[in-house]
Design a protein around this ligand. Structure first.
Ligand SMILES: [Zn+2]
Length: 282
């Protein structure tokens, strides 16, 4: 299975899981608040099962209520964090923009139609930031310490994220992970989604340059850099997926393997969801 297909399947699975959980919560809320009767929905099915046992029934109501409040709070916290961090880092990037270098890089890569901003900074920063209006941020360190080929590979990699609105997609899956992190499979799905995105960005850079030489040199150099600045927002060029990316370059003929053995548990989860909803019809 190629990386593009894997990535789409994972993204779809994350959205489906989230929709199922939210739908069930919605059914439970409307049932509890407005007394609407449903013949399906996990919460409502469990309410029906426990109706004979008043204490268990009450405990189930309390548990459901806590779970819904917890989910809602986690979503609010993540959105609040995202807004404050975006404002903080945008202010920092704007204040430290190196106008001359920005103009130079923009002119050089004008054909790509991507927004690039170079900031004055002594450490390695290369990332794509911005949910609705993405832009690529590079530090002056990248322009002075890396050669032409390496810089081009880094910019092309980030351009992939820029063109595909990856900051928005990664924010969305992270928001879902935060909201329903009590569903075990979601964590691994999100992690694998991020790996796919990085591998695809590297593939894009390699295909545009017709060679993996520039990118591999850049990755090796980055591994030796001590001044790697952790920017807690956007999609950074360096992150926990480095091993997979190096493997992709070293073994281009092989598809990078990361365990995809959660397909079975995923299918089981969906079947359980569906069965529990259907069993109680009527
Ligand atoms: Zn990336």
């Amino acid at each position: 299975m190629n990386v593009q297909l894997k990535s789409n399947l994972i993204f779809l699975s994350i959205l489906l899981l989230c929709t199922l959980v939210l739908l069930n919560m919605g059914l439970y809320i409307t049932h509890t608040l407005y007394g609407l009767q449903y013949t399906w929905g996990i919460f409502n099915c469990l309410l029906k099962i426990t109706i004979e046992f008043s204490q268990l029934h009450f405990l189930f109501h309390i548990g459901s209520f806590i779970l819904i409040i917890y989910t809602f709070l986690r979503v609010c916290i993540r959105i609040f964090k995202q807004i404050t961090l975006t404002l903080k880092w945008n202010r920092y990037f704007n204040e430290n923009e190196h106008s001359l270098s920005s103009k130079h890089i923009k002119a050089k890569y004008s054909h790509s139609n991507s927004e690039i901003c170079v900031i004055e900074h002594p450490g390695f920063i290369a990332l794509t930031i911005g949910i609705f209006k993405p832009r690529i941020i590079l530090s002056t360190f990248v322009l002075t310490q890396f050669d032409e080929q390496e810089i081009e590979a880094i910019i092309l990699h980030e351009q992939y994220h820029f063109k595909n609105y990856d900051p928005l997609k990664v924010f969305l899956v992270t928001l879902i992970l935060d909201a329903i992190n009590y569903i075990p499979i979601i964590k691994i799905l999100v992690h694998h989604y991020k790996i796919c995105k990085e591998l695809m960005a590297d593939q894009y850079a390699i295909s545009k340059m017709n060679s993996s030489f520039g990118l591999s040199k850049a990755l090796l150099k980055i591994n030796r850099i001590k001044k790697n600045i952790p920017v807690s927002i956007g999609i950074g060029f360096t992150n926990s997926t480095m091993n997979f990316r190096i493997k992709q370059i070293l073994e281009p003929e092989n598809l990078v393997y990361f365990p995809f053995d959660y397909i079975k548990p995923l299918i089981k989860s969906f079947i359980i969801f569906a069965l529990m909803s259907l069993v109680f019809i009527g």
